[in-house]
Ligand binder design. Structure first.
Ligand code: SAM
Length: 384
């Protein structure tokens, strides 16, 4: 393909460690999706990029050399990404975290013998066959599902679809995470079938519970935090607004022979208010809500939501109780998240000690020069 020239400002973004070049920094228009050589305004070669003619993000840096981007190239990259995951105590984890693994707009999750991937840009979509072939060779899965039903694809001019790309993929996949087994839902579950990004925090929650005590998994989804905590504490309440999610949670408990979880359908804001009034207390509370801030403009309202739910959680902690609080809103950055927790603590009347600040796991690498690779943040606080 013909080289695309970018402005000095665009070139500087690559030099400074960010792989995106926006439309406003192109000196030549991108004619069609694919992989293109990119040069500075004077024609000096900068690298090869995925090109997206319809997106504001027109170029995504893929390769700094002029090596061919073919099936062998994808195989090498995926092998390197897989090697970075060695030692993970689970058979369900992320193999490629897009820009975080220098594989822009590509998400690959492994669920035991199956692979669920997302191709999130028009340039990447043109490489679909090579990527699927490379995934088959590197991971030798029983099936590959493309969960391309993601709204961001619309901005790229791509269809939102779920496509079986190789083999067969069952409706539910039993996976292992540390001491716990759970069912992932590759075809219709949230994200690619499970919230893999909280794996390390779930295992941490199991370490933090009080043996013989009580715990609450607030916004439980399929009960993954609850299952881990139930292996080490007395009684766990798993609260979620979705009946279907809780039904899957119940199945997961049976799978593990766990019978000390109470599944509670309800609104977390109301339930916590009620329990506080009724004097119900927990030794450990996990708060893992959905992203309240879907866009920057919603941040003010989202902060009120996060503040309210964390305040309630702090108030229902037993003396010495532990709160593990998380936010997956990209727009809520770590400093504001911690400030929100400080304000909630001040309003709660409890003295809360910050024991840990949490980030993303090794399989969701957050590159510090690419803020978009980081979205999950959390904290562990202990009440007096
Ligand atoms: C980010 S997910 C939780 C993921 C889960 N902790 C895990 O590790 O797999 C958010 C969950 O919050 C639930 N939810 C959303 N709004 C809620 C509300 N107001 N009250 C209770 N649950 C809610 C959704 O049904 C969804 O299951």
């Amino acid at each position: 393909m013909k080289a695309v020239r970018v402005s000095d400002r665009g070139a500087a973004r690559w030099t400074r460690g960010h792989p995106w070049i926006f439309r406003s920094d192109l000196l030549d228009e991108v004619a069609e999706p694919g992989v293109v050589p990119v040069t500075d305004p004077r024609g000096r070669f900068l690298g090869q990029a995925l090109a997206s003619p319809r997106s504001e993000i027109r170029l995504r840096l893929l390769e700094r050399s002029d090596a061919p981007i073919d099936r062998a190239w994808w195989r090498t990259q995926l092998r390197a990404a897989l090697a970075r995951r060695e030692g993970i105590d689970a058979n369900a984890y992320r193999v490629a975290h897009g820009e975080g693994d220098a594989l822009p707009s590509l998400v690959v999750d492994r669920y035991d013998r199956w692979v669920v991937a997302q191709l999130l840009s028009a340039g990447l979509e043109t490489m679909r066959d090579d990527i699927v072939a490379a995934l088959s060779e590197v991971l030798t899965p029983a099936g590959i599902l493309l969960r391309n039903d993601v709204p961001v694809r619309k901005q790229e001019g791509l269809a939102e679809e779920v496509v079986l790309a190789a083999g067969t993929v069952p409706d539910a996949i039993e996976v292992r995470e540390g001491a716990v087994r759970y069912l992932a839902a590759p075809w219709d579950g949230q994200k690619t079938g499970a919230f893999l990004d909280q794996r390390e925090h779930r295992m941490l929650a199991a370490e933090l519970v009080r043996p013989g005590g009580t715990a609450l998994d607030c916004f439980a989804y399929h009960g993954s935090f609850a299952l881990h905590m139930a292996t080490r504490t007395g009684r766990v309440a798993a609260l979620d607004a979705s009946r279907d999610a809780l039904a899957r949670g119940t199945e997961n408990a049976v799978l593990n022979g766990i019978d000390n979880i109470d599944w509670v359908e309800g609104d977390a804001f109301e339930a916590l208010r009620e329990w506080e009034r009724a004097g119900r207390r927990f030794d450990m509370v996990v708060v893992d809500p959905p992203a309240f801030a879907k866009h920057r403009g919603a941040l003010g309202q989202a902060l009120r939501g996060y503040g309210e739910i964390n305040l309630r959680a702090m108030r229902i902690l037993a003396p010495g109780g532990v709160l593990l609080s998380a936010s997956c809103s990209y727009h809520l950055h770590r400093p504001e998240f911690l400030k929100m927790l400080a304000n909630a603590a001040a309003d709660s009347g409890r003295r809360m000690t910050l024991e840990r600040v949490l980030g993303q796991a090794v399989d969701h690498p957050e590159v510090i020069t690419i803020p978009e690779t980081g979205y999950l943040k959390g904290a562990v606080l202990r009440a007096d």
